[in-house]
Design a protein around this ligand. Sequence first.
Ligand code: ATP
Ligand code: MG
Length: 437
Amino acid sequence: MTDNTQKQAKAQKLVGVKGMNDILPPESARWEWLETQVRALMARYAYRNVRLPIVEPTALFVRGLGEVTDIVEKEMYSFEDRLNGEQLTLRPEGTAGLVRAVVEHNLLYEGGKRLYYMGPMFRHERPQRGRYRQFHQIGAEVLGFGGPEVDAELILLAQDLWRVLGLQDVRLELNSLGQPEERRAHRAALIAHFEQHADVLDEDARRRLHSNPLRILDTKNPAMAPVVESAPKLLDFLGEASLAHFAAVKAILDANGVTYRINPRLVRGMDYYNLTVFEFITERLGSQGTICGGGRYDYLVEQVGGKPAPAVGWALGVERVLELIQEQGQALATPVPDVYAIVPDVAALPVAMRTLQSLRVAGVSAQMHAGSGEGMGSMKSQFKKADDSGAAHALIFGADELTRCVVTVKALRDGQGAQRAERLDAVGQWAQTLQSS
Ligand code: ATP
Ligand code: MG
């Protein structure tokens, strides 16, 4: 090959898919912290973890979420598996897959279940702050229990999470969508109302007027706000049982000092909801202010082919919650190692790395200095790396030390410069003195 063809052969730089983000250090520390808080909280409410596939049959979402919804109409990553012709979709949300799994494995056989999940979701939307094509949700779902106490429990769980995470200015909006037969009466009134204002309906709304008029209430088009505002309220069409369920949820929230606002136009983006629906909203993130949404979905289990069972749940947007935390100026706790190993000569590597292994077994976080492949680098540059790592101590494995069977432990922060020699054959005895947490 000539020089020229070699240059041409250099691979072109590839970049990630638009709207799909890399989550890298130091920001990833915030993600880990949030996940740790969530796991601990879920344990306190006795919710158990599920891990589900990212790809599901397309039919699950079309049937589950509803054909005339934003997600199914225009946001799904659907494709045909080239190898066997199956129609598949990258999950746009977690509830449908979870219900599919619960039915498939007959999980409700011995009673109700409280479950949670965390993971990536995919929607082909226009990327902007708080709106991505791959984003992450944490969801909590309760299946097999029909009473208002689980609706309230889920809301209290979410509130508790905001407390643990230190979120401020998150408000709760609440509504009831009643039952299908109550929605039918409301639907007729809604169509009549929108027909009267056909001139202000946008294209989406006109298309949905007869297929899914409730969806029009979920519009993000500000020009339609007045006609949505004046639309007949579903709450006025609810019967006694639905109202009693709603009142019971509110009574539990009241008893717990949870403040909320009834929003009669809150409908949520999927068709599977009934009775209680809710959203947690902040004003601090601009128009992508809904950080969490959920509600009851008592008919989804049978829609997916299971024996009828009530269910309720919510999902929060991890990116939006983290953006809110950042917006509030909460400091990011960057992880640092306890010690950094300085190795002047490659000859010391076996002993140095054996010592680090013993320290790690004892619970000390230890970062090894790594060389260029041609040597370990100057002491000066190694000390600079040690300092940059944030470690509290440097361990110096010099030839001098090794002949005496010791390592020098040098303080890099508190009591800077103080140093002592520790025996290499007694790591267990001094390891604890290096451990920060
Ligand atoms: P929005 O009204 O903002 O489009 P949604 O009603 O479509 O939200 P849900 O399907 O209820 O959202 O999902 C629950 C949460 O997931 C949302 O409240 C939001 O925090 C988050 N979320 C939804 N879509 C995205 C996205 N494309 N990027 C980032 N987060 C998202
Ligand atoms: Mg949406």
